[in-house]
Ligand binder design. Structure first.
Ligand SMILES: [Zn+2]
Length: 430
């Protein structure tokens, strides 16, 4: 288990943006015998291992099984590659008192307070013109280049009672001393030369760059109970899904879809509301009649983290539904379809866990609080596949540093292994 967690933590440390996460997953799948498919080329899929990416930030891994999918259905695991963060604006440089600050957009539901006083790196994708061609270049400064210093308590005495944060004015990362001559595109060109060699020549025309905490993931707790890391939501599930896909036995067709843009509603060409997964399913099973029959037999597990009951704020949970860290995967339920689980799919996942002696838990929100959501209901709606929402319990979701239990990722991994390899056609019999 500790090897599993070490690998998880080094994956998260590398996957600082969806672009870097997908690159790391593609490399790992390639090392494990998966070959890359290109959407622009024709596919001829024999049983075997494949993956395909879109926009460099969403990825689908496939193990085309040897069994007839009309009998077994597809076994689909879903997760998302993006995490809430601060993204640099297109013209971000602003100067005040001789300091260069960078304007940011807030991507997704960021918990803003924890971003103060962190050593921040910057990474993402830069689109350049090189020799008349447009090129996408991944870029990672890979060191602390900025920080958002807190305002001293002496200058804001009421801070612990009343502080609110204006994202336009209060959370601009400070980059350096400088004046109006500083230009972001020049900074990026210099950094591109550092990453791609001094001979690199080009013009920066666009970018999607986000700040991240350079502090690497760590095991914490007196008895090493917890994993503290950025982006556990939802790189933990991407990693666990990927490990399980690699171990799939190749009987039923196993699919892993990791979408970008979940944190902003999934409505894009690469998000779960877009056509990426559907188009891949249509290319696995081109005949529409057959595909409808396969989808009817298929199941999807949407994996995304759950809210463990916080010991300082236990009243934020329904008294009968407080998942505990290190007590196994959580089945997430919401009758208003913020989660896609129903009695049949939830019971199926519970029975998989029971068969493997994996502890499992249930979560439902307090009725007087609104509920988060996942790619689960969206995938169910777009594909028509029976879906369940599950995930490991965590604290501090959407903080710059989140917390999970050291036992839970591996327990989820075992459950997903059982899901991919379940010899029975999934679902209830009547
Ligand atoms: Zn999530």
């Amino acid at each position: 288990m500790s090897d599993f967690n070490s690998e998880l933590m080094s994956f998260i440390a590398r996957a600082r943006t969806p672009y870097h996460g997908v690159a790391a997953m593609a490399a790992h799948l390639t090392e494990n015998g998966f070959s890359e498919l290109k959407e622009a080329e024709p596919w001829d899929l024999a049983p075997g291992r494949y993956f395909v990416t879109r926009n460099q930030s969403s990825i689908i891994g496939l193990v085309i099984g040897t069994s007839d999918p009309v009998r077994t259905g597809f076994r689909i695991v879903g997760a998302h590659t993006d995490s809430p963060c601060l993204k640099a604006k297109p013209n971000p440089v602003s100067v005040n008192s001789g300091y260069i600050k960078l304007g940011v957009e807030v991507y997704g539901g960021v918990l803003l307070n924890p971003w103060y006083d962190r050593d921040l790196g910057l990474a993402g994708r830069v689109t350049c013109r090189e020799g008349g061609l447009l090129t996408n270049r991944l870029l990672d400064f890979d060191r602390a280049v900025a920080i958002i210093p807190s305002l001293a308590i002496h200058l804001d005495r009421g801070v612990n009672e009343t502080r609110s944060i204006n994202p336009q004015t209060d959370i601009l990362p400070v980059l350096m001393h400088g004046d109006e001559s500083i230009n972001m595109d020049d900074i990026l060109a210099t950094e591109l030369r550092r990453e791609y060699g001094e001979h690199w020549e080009g013009t920066v025309l666009g970018y999607e760059l986000s700040f991240y905490d350079i502090n690497p993931p760590a095991i914490v707790g007196l008895h090493q109970e917890f994993i503290a890391a950025a982006r556990l939501d939802n790189l933990l599930s991407c990693f666990v899904g990927m490990k399980s896909l690699i171990e799939a036995n190749g009987d039923a067709t196993a699919i892993l879809v990791c979408n970008d843009h979940e944190e902003v509603g999934s409505g894009s060409a690469i998000g779960a509301q877009g056509p990426f997964l559907k188009s891949v399913l249509e290319r696995i099973t081109p005949d529409p009649q057959t595909l409808h029959r396969v989808v009817d037999r298929s199941l999807a597990v949407s994996t995304d983290n759950a809210h463990g009951i916080h010991p300082n704020y236990a009243d934020r949970h329904d008294g009968n539904h407080g998942p505990l860290l290190n007590q196994g995967p959580v089945i997430k339920i919401n009758s208003n379809q913020r989660y896609a689980t129903n009695s049949e799919t939830g019971a199926y996942f519970a029975s998989l866990c029971e068969d493997q002696d994996i502890p499992w838990q249930k979560f439902v929100n307090r009725t007087d609080m609104s509920c988060g959501s996942t790619i689960g209901p969206i995938t169910a709606r777009e594909i028509g596949v029976k879906t369940m929402d599950v995930g490991v319990p965590t604290f501090a979701m959407h903080s710059i540093r989140e917390l999970a239990g050291t036992r839970d990722a591996h327990l989820l991994h075992r459950a997903l292994n059982a899901f991919y390899d379940d010899p029975d056609a999934p679902g209830a019999t009547a």
